[in-house]
Design a protein around this ligand. Structure first.
Ligand code: 4VN
Length: 323
């Protein structure tokens, strides 16, 4: 038996922040944000942490399951509650999955794709049968709210899948997972750890996300398009009949540009960035969950999809899946 997606779930903080709401707290406008990114609103958590969001997803995924049958929990996040313990361990405690091993994966906006690739190897090894793979972020905790160029792009949210060895034929068809650490400083951020009074002033890094938008845009257009085409060119069956691309939802303009460069029709690029902004590792699973819930995608349908992540690291990667 082979690994397959048997359930999807999503969870979003209630608090909706529109572009106009942002225009009241920083020097921006609905026109600037929506014309350049396609984003109209996003969720900003008031008191829920990343582990709270991930736990709500996990609770939905284990419904009518024996929680003790969960072999592992992977949480893809760059906004973990703590450096340690992992957010995955907090989720384990919250749902009582006492037989699972748990770990976080930090591959920024490629996190969910990297975690799906990792989970598939755990399941294909024959050692494990069932696992949760969740992308969860409270990006609002790491934004530099003085930098209107980045603070307006991101949002909070979580979504994930139940993966089980229940398929009679292979459904994870192929993958191409890449990184380039040489370009790490094009997009980076950290928590405020400069409280240490002994730290020399010139060793203090300003907190929050810092992004060279142009460099990242060009990276996404060049490297991600090449990744997708390389993968499709070596999988004829997919190339001719790919149903949908579920790519990281950073910016609608980048999806349009990738569509043009790869000659994959824009209609095949599912998108919901307008409602959630860039939720980093949560964006691909959030799109997957929404499109299953609205019937565009159907589990066990044999629909051919490509999951694609790209972001800080730099990291990027795609997986071809038959649902
Ligand atoms: O048009 C403009 O002036 C600006 C130009 C800069 N923009 C950008 C640039 C980069 C990203 C981005 C971010 C990540 C991180 O998850 C990953 C992938 C991408 Cl492509 C999103 N927006 C916004 C509009």
């Amino acid at each position: 038996l082979y690994p397959q997606v048997t359930k999807v779930a999503k969870y979003l903080p209630d608090n909706i922040v529109t572009n106009d709401d942002l225009a009241e707290v920083t020097d921006t406008s609905d026109e600037w944000i929506s014309s350049r990114t396609g984003i109209r609103e996003r969720r900003i958590s008031i008191k829920e942490t990343t582990s709270d969001l991930a736990t709500e997803v996990a609770k939905q995924l284990i419904q009518d399951l024996d929680v003790l049958s969960i072999d592992f929990i992977l949480v893809a996040t760059m906004t973990a509650d703590y450096a340690t313990p992992s957010t995955a361990c907090l989720v384990q405690s919250n749902i009582g999955a006492s037989n699972a091993f748990c770990l976080d994966i930090n591959a920024a906006c490629s996190g969910f794709v990297f975690a799906m690739s990792t989970a598939e190897k755990f399941l294909s090894s024959g050692h494990y049968k069932r696992g949760l793979v969740i992308g969860a972020e409270t990006m609002s905790t790491m934004l530099n709210w003085e930098d209107r160029g980045t603070a307006v792009l991101f949002g909070d949210g979580a979504a994930g899948v139940l993966l089980e060895n229940t398929a009679k034929e292979k459904r994870f068809i192929d993958e191409l997972i890449q990184s380039d650490g040489n370009r790490s400083m094009a997009l980076f951020g950290k928590e405020n750890v400069d409280g240490n009074p002994f730290k020399a002033a010139d060793h203090r890094v300003s907190t929050g996300m810092q992004m060279d938008g142009k460099k990242i845009f060009d990276f996404a257009l060049r490297d991600v398009s090449k990744n997708m085409m390389t993968l499709l060119d070596r999988n004829e069956e997919f190339k001719d009949s790919l149903d949908y691309v579920l790519a990281h939802q950073a910016n609608i303009r980048i999806l349009e540009a990738i569509s043009k460069k790869t000659k994959l029709p824009m209609a095949s690029f599912l998108h919901n960035v307008s409602n959630y902004g860039n939720t980093s590792a949560a964006s691909v699973p959030l799109l997957l969950a929404e499109k299953v819930e609205d019937g565009t995608l159907r589990l066990q349908s044999n629909q051919k999809i490509m999951l694609t992540g790209y972001g800080a690291g730099l990291t990027w990667g795609s997986i071809l899946i038959k649902l």
